[in-house]
Design a protein around this ligand. Structure first.
Ligand code: GTP
Ligand code: MG
Length: 208
């Protein structure tokens, strides 16, 4: 099955605004500007369905994207933007907590971290949170194109170590700029569907 139709469903802050039907959901979490929206766009071959911006901290809502009426990608609001007020930070916490803690059709929350940087305290906190809520603890390192080949291994090891990832926890590296890792991420998603006994399987979406 190839993706035919991806659509934006809704921007939500509270459960009453979430889509009502119980389609499975896969959410992307991570600090602002890490590349959550860009990853979703890469995966569905769309330039700008998930809105990307060079102004970090702008998106403070949960954005739902329908993929062929089979499942949804969920773009979570980013954290860690310094110029955000205390009130917004509190609001962010509540929005995330309500969604992660209460959404029954949420299959996995994937944490995105920047492949160039040591994970921040907030990344560590988010990762703990994801696992406390019972998700597998999958991490995707973004912006791989910005690293030299010689730096990749070391950077990934730092991420693993700082997040205290176990051997059975998956770390993948991707670039939404040159589309590296796209196929591997789709394999990972197919695997998540399979583990959850869902009859959803997407083919490799393009040559790269
Ligand atoms: P928020 O919505 O603010 O939480 O950010 P986000 O995590 O959705 O990040 P977004 O996808 O908007 O990307 C932020 C910036 O990083 C944009 O300018 C993207 O073009 C750029 N970017 C994202 N992924 C990559 C990548 O793999 N490589 C490079 N070089 N730039 C990237
Ligand atoms: Mg975004």
């Amino acid at each position: 099955m190839k993706i035919k139709n991806s659509t934006f469903v809704i921007s939500a802050v509270s459960p009453s605004q979430y889509p009502e039907d119980q389609l499975p959901e896969i959410a992307m979490a991570g600090r602002s500007n890490v590349g959550k929206s860009s990853l979703i766009n890469m995966l569905i071959n769309r330039k700008n369905l998930a809105r990307t911006s060079s102004t970090p901290g702008k998106t403070q809502t949960i954005n739902f994207y329908d993929i062929d009426e089979k499942f949804r990608f969920v773009d979570l609001p980013g954290y860690g933007y310094a110029r955000v007020s205390k009130e917004s930070k509190k609001a962010w916490g509540k929005i995330i907590e309500t969604y992660l803690g209460g959404r029954e059709n949420l299959l996995e929350v994937i944490l995105l971290v920047d492949s160039r940087h040591k994970p921040t305290e907030q990344d560590k906190q988010m990762y703990k949170w994801i696992k406390e809520y019972g998700f597998s603890g999958i991490v995707i390192a973004t912006k791989l194109d910005k690293l030299k080949n010689s730096q990749i291994k070391k950077s990934l090891n730092t991420i693993k170590k700082e997040l205290e990832m176990g051997d059975d926890e998956i770390l993948m590296a991707i670039s939404s700029s040159n589309r590296k890792g796209k196929y591997e991420v789709w394999e990972l998603l197919n695997n998540i569907f399979e583990v959850n006994e869902l009859d959803i399987h997407f083919e490799r979406q393009s040559k790269k």
